[in-house]
Design a protein around this ligand. Structure first.
Ligand code: GRG
Length: 296
């Protein structure tokens, strides 16, 4: 089977499981029904489910099928990711009107309720992690890793750097730090969660995390490139908006051609980390390698 067929089959099995788990388990019986509606509005709006799929791909790579408890712990990350998107879209942040093809949470429910829906999903993520039926030792490791990735030493720090520098030009190393924290940290955690649940040896984990970090960087460079190239309509919008806000992106800092080169180098490094780790420790890199096809 080719790598890409393997990924297609994997996604066909697990994306519906993730969607169903999220849909069926988002609490709808909270006292405040508008809050419940606002939380499920964004969670049910779809999305690629990349982060939980990466965690599940690590488990699959090591021959393990997720238990219901593991699926709950893994889906917690998608709740947290969805909170970050709701807050990122708020008028006080990016002020975006569309997300996942639908009106953003604050357009539909107002900024106050959208803030609370994000707060609710962030908290619920830790509820799912801590009440999931995985071992206490693994739960502690997962909670520690997720707080590191999502909090003030990870995603929130990256977002703060972004907010603070909206009107300042960053250097390339500074932009890299911003993206490693803002976007890369949750992708790092997605792979780390898989290694915790699969109980991989520390050297395997380190090799997979090196892959994850290059994956996260590539993901952001690719997103920056797509913002400029994806469609004439989007190109006009993104360019105007980014120029008006003096946004720090790879194309705005180094141009499109060099951004593409940086993307190619980063994807190649991710491949090398994975192939080397797999060859040293004797597992198949194919499924995780196939995830890199996302970048074309
Ligand atoms: C508000 C604390 C706080 C953090 C926000 C994630 C984030 C930090 C900002 C998102 C900014 C952004 C759009 C970055 C581009 C890369 C990215 C994270 C895209 C969204 O993730 P996808 O493509 O989205 O996985 P889907 O909809 O598929 O889940």
């Amino acid at each position: 089977m080719t790598q890409n067929n393997e990924l297609a089959e994997f996604e066909a099995v697990f994306r519906p499981q993730i969607n169903a788990y999220l849909h069926d388990n988002i609490p709808r019986d909270v006292n405040e029904s508008t809050l419940a509606e606002a939380m499920s509005y964004s969670v049910d709006a779809g999305g690629k489910r990349l982060r939980p799929l990466l965690s599940l791909a690590v488990l699959t790579t090591f021959g393990q099928a997720p238990t219901e408890a593991e699926l709950r712990a893994i889906c917690a990350l998608e709740l947290l990711h969805t909170y970050s998107l709701i807050h990122d879209d708020l008028p006080a942040m990016d002020d975006d009107a569309l997300r996942r093809g639908e009106p953003t949470n604050h357009v539909k429910f107002g900024p106050g309720m959208a803030t609370l829906a994000g707060d609710g999903l962030l908290t619920l993520a830790f509820q799912w992690l801590s009440d999931s039926d995985v071992s206490t030792d693994k739960k502690i490791q997962l909670v520690q890793a997720l707080t590191r990735a999502a909090g003030p030493s990870g995603m929130v720090a990256g977002q703060a750097l972004d907010v603070e520098n909206t009107h300042h030009r960053l250097t390339l190393p500074e932009l890299r730090t911003l993206h490693r924290e803002k976007t890369g940290a949750l992708i790092h955690y997605a792979v780390e969660a898989g290694t915790i649940l699969a109980e991989t040896a520390p050297s395997v984990r380190d090799g997979l995390l090196a892959y994850a970090d290059d994956f996260g960087l590539a993901f952001q460079i690719y997103d920056d490139i797509l913002d400029v190239t994806s469609s004439p309509e989007k190109m006009g919008k993104a360019t105007q908006k980014d120029a008006a806000e003096e946004k720090n992106t790879y194309p705005s800092l180094v141009g499109l051609a060099e951004s593409q080169e940086l993307l190619d180098d980063t994807v190649s490094r991710a491949k090398e980390h994975l192939i080397e780790t797999a060859a040293t420790f004797g597992f198949s890199p194919d499924l995780l390698l196939a995830f890199l096809s996302y970048f074309g």
